[in-house]
Design a protein around this ligand. Sequence first.
Ligand SMILES: Cc1ncc(COP(=O)(O)O)c(C=O)c1O
Length: 381
Amino acid sequence: MEAWKEFLEERERLQLLRRLSPSEERRPGFAVRGGKEYVDFSSNDYLGLSSHPALVAAARDALDRYGVGAGASRLMSGNLSIHHELEEEVAAFKSTESALVFNSGYQANMGIIPALFGRHDLVLADHFCHASQLDGALLSRATLVRFRHNDPGHLSELLDKHRGGFRRCLVMTESVFSMDGDRAPLASLLEVSRRHQSFFMVDEAHATGVFGPQGRGCIEAEGLAGEIDLVMGTFSKALGGFGGYLAASRTIVDFLVNSARSFIYSTALPAPVIAANLAALRLCLSGEAHGRDLLRRSAGFRDALRAKGWVVGGDSQIVPVVVGESGRAISLSGYLAERGFLVLPVRPPTVPEGSARLRFSLTAAHGDSQVQGALEALGAP
Ligand SMILES: Cc1ncc(COP(=O)(O)O)c(C=O)c1O
């Protein structure tokens, strides 16, 4: 008990203590907290699909038909034909032979990596890879080595040095980085991985729905469809729903059904969630939901911030304004909140020491006037 209390006190002292703040209401681009209305720049609901009528109607129909819970895991009696329908559409969407739905993106990474890689294997992860990828690698008990962010040359050096001592090797990255909003050099990383007989895994959590033709992601946008061994993603961001997936070969998917513990030992996702995910994919395929305008607006926002003198990163709908110390990020976030903008600070350990930031996440639900309003409220550094 004492150690946990000390931990919390230390966090408080360093301005790193996190607290949960409830919203009484939320819809795309908007939240009400403590009775006050905010423009929400902190969600990953990039296309504003979380309350789209097509998703809501699909969920409602499935709710009437199947009820609230799935009742059992997929391998027991919780498996519905709608789960398979979604998997077939994900595989087609991501240009792979097969796909498997997991109960969240986090659970996907925690299931896939330890099932496919183990003690005799090597995992090379980009330094900025998401916690779920790193946790999956740690759980696998493979040797985990990090390569410098977006640096295929460093990856190549590490593979030259270490690859020989291991059975299998996995190289992994995100395609759009969640806290930096920049994009991975996928073609170069793939080339290096292949040269060293390594599997390549890409987490498309923040790219799916936004990048590429019909929102298929960065892999498709960069002409690499069908080339990547393990394409992971989530329905919980631009697709507005919930759950994760892996798109891969049939052999890998069949193997995971028999060995991924987070898949086997958890109750299936409820039908309304699956139905909403399907509706979201279909909206992307129909062209009704797309990221083109969002990316254009994000580029303009980034340029305007830079022109004011802010240090801004990224090349996507995620626009990090790097301010350095945690205290500064917290006070700027508070300043914006007073003016009606919810832009939460991101601090270590989520990002490296000294790189605390405001993470603006733009969505299709934000109008030009709201983006302009945020720019004016933030002012110059
Ligand atoms: C890159 C990345 N991978 C995986 C996840 C986990 O996805 P989910 O929220 O569906 O668990 C996230 C979300 O935080 C993420 O940003």
